[in-house]
Design a protein around this ligand. Structure first.
Ligand SMILES: O=C(O)[C@H]1O[C@H](OP(=O)(O)OP(=O)(O)OC[C@H]2O[C@@H](n3ccc(=O)[nH]c3=O)[C@H](O)[C@@H]2O)[C@H](O)[C@@H](O)[C@@H]1O
Length: 443
């Protein structure tokens, strides 16, 4: 008892600062020095006190101990794995440009499908490139790690972090005066939005705003090029889809977030003078692609002898997509970056009007999903177990077809890969990639 009372005397000056903390209005707050308070503390048995301390220690141990094996779900929850002089040095080296144009590009989603290919292309031509990716577990992290390893070989460092981490983004802008941001990080996939709607709000809305906030506050504001989606056309019935067509009837939450981003981009351009270019991608496919997309999991399931579902309209109408090959999309991204004008603001203040653009990047040649499957069967030399089913109300639309005349005129965008050629390259990569994985796991 005496001991505890002495402890209270020692604690008094430490506890006194707690008075400054406001209590929640309306809630009872005990006076720390009132007899009632002292009585409560003193009446706690010693054993209970030690047990509580012990429990807190165990809890701290679990919270701060590193995982022994990489665990994807745990990794997705990590917020910081950046900082320090070695880390800063790697960022600086990665941002070094050898091209005359002195471009330094921050590529978000660099371990993703499009981000990986765009980063590699930028680096090849001599631009400085720093990648950013949160390596979430939406699909096989092995693919993301594989892309990362290839980029690192070519000198691109991918920072592991989230676009919602403002401190990280500000730090990156402190280290490098990025001339451009190629924003390709997003929660992708149309159908998954029904399972995990909040992930779309987190990445596509909150993450996008966070990125724009940091960009607009930079002393030298970068020009921003970002990935919108063909899905913004939603239930639009004008074909081919032109940038002038209505985009106010999204069929999925994914589409709605991308449409919201187009509005957000307009506001940031208007208020802060940020130069912003949105690119509406049309079902991009190719090597190192996304396993959640139909062409990818159809390939996997056909090879495994598993049935695949081919959607059709309720009146047996054809479901078709304007499948666009990755190399064509990469060229479009680079042309958009090269033609982007500088932002006009600085430190959060607009100094004049800035460029605001939106372009379709499609292939202008829609192909029915049934034909996609026939082409895969031919290339894989395996007959698919097809189940034709009525398209469920899952966010998918019946048909996409890009009008690319604007991108052609202003960016010089011209897709050159038809579905047959593109799928051939994809299948070649797929077989090689999974074959070598199989061999490695057999070791
Ligand atoms: O162009 C776009 O904006 C979008 O393209 C793709 O979305 P999607 O066109 O739906 O591509 P897939 O998911 O690969 O579907 C391709 C086609 O296969 C059909 N499908 C899908 C799944 C299935 O089991 N069966 C089936 O017939 C779909 O209805 C669709 O017509 C991407 O997944 C989106 O992230 C992207 O933004």
């Amino acid at each position: 008892m005496v001991k505890l009372q002495m402890t209270m005397t020692q604690l008094k000056p430490i506890l006194s600062h707690l008075d400054a903390i406001r209590s929640t209005p309306g809630k009872f707050k005990a006076d720390k020095y009132s007899p009632l308070f002292r009585f409560r503390l003193l009446s706690v048995p010693k054993l209970t006190l030690w047990s509580i301390l012990f429990l807190i220690l165990i809890l701290l141990f679990f919270l701060f101990s590193p995982p022994t094996t990489p665990n994807p779900s745990r990794r997705a929850l990590q917020t910081t794995s950046w900082g320090g002089s070695t880390w800063e040095h790697r960022v600086r080296i990665s941002a070094r440009t050898v091209s005359k144009t002195r471009r330094t590009v921050l590529v978000t989603g660099a371990a993703g499908f499009v981000g990986f290919h765009v980063s590699a292309a930028l680096k090849r031509r001599g631009d400085g490139v720093v990648g950013l990716d949160n390596f979430n577990a939406y699909y096989d992290i092995g693919l993301k790690e594989g892309r990362k390893a290839l980029l690192e070989k070519s000198g691109v460092f991918i920072v592991e972090g989230d676009i919602n981490d403002g401190a990280l983004l500000r730090k990156l802008f402190d280290i490098v005066a990025f001339t451009h941001v190629m924003h390709l990080a997003a929660q992708a996939g149309v159908r998954y939005a029904m399972q995990n709607p909040s992930s779309y709000i987190h990445s596509n809305i909150a993450g996008f705003v966070n990125l724009l906030e940091v960009c607009k506050s930079a002393t030298i504001q970068p020009a921003i090029i970002w990935a919108s989606s063909s899905s913004v056309y939603g239930l639009n019935s004008e074909v081919p889809f032109s940038e002038k067509d209505r985009t106010d009837q999204p069929a999925s939450l994914y589409a709605a977030t991308k449409k919201a981003d187009e509005g957000i981009a307009h506001a940031y351009n208007h208020i802060y003078g940020l130069s912003i270019t949105g690119l509406r991608f049309f079902t991009v496919y190719g090597p190192w692609g996304r396993p959640d997309m139909a062409y990818f999991f159809f390939t996997r399931d056909i090879l495994k002898g598993k049935p695949i579902m081919i959607y059709e309209g309720s009146d047996h109408g054809t479901v078709a997509r304007d499948f666009t090959y990755i190399d064509d999309v990469v060229k479009g991204c680079l042309r958009a970056l090269d033609t982007a004008k500088k932002s006009t603001g600085s430190g959060g203040k607009r100094k004049g009007s800035a460029q605001l653009r939106i372009y379709n990047l499609g292939n202008t040649s829609p192909v029915p999903v049934s034909e996609l499957v026939s082409k895969l069967e031919k290339l894989l030399k395996v007959k698919a177990k097809k189940k034709v089913v009525t398209m469920p109300r899952n966010g998918d639309v019946m048909y996409t077809h890009a009008n690319i005349s604007l991108a052609q005129k202003e960016l010089g965008y011209k897709p050159t890969t038809d579905l047959e050629t593109g799928l051939k390259k994809f299948v070649k990569w797929y077989l090689k990639y999974y074959d070598s994985k199989k061999k490695k796991s057999a070791w």
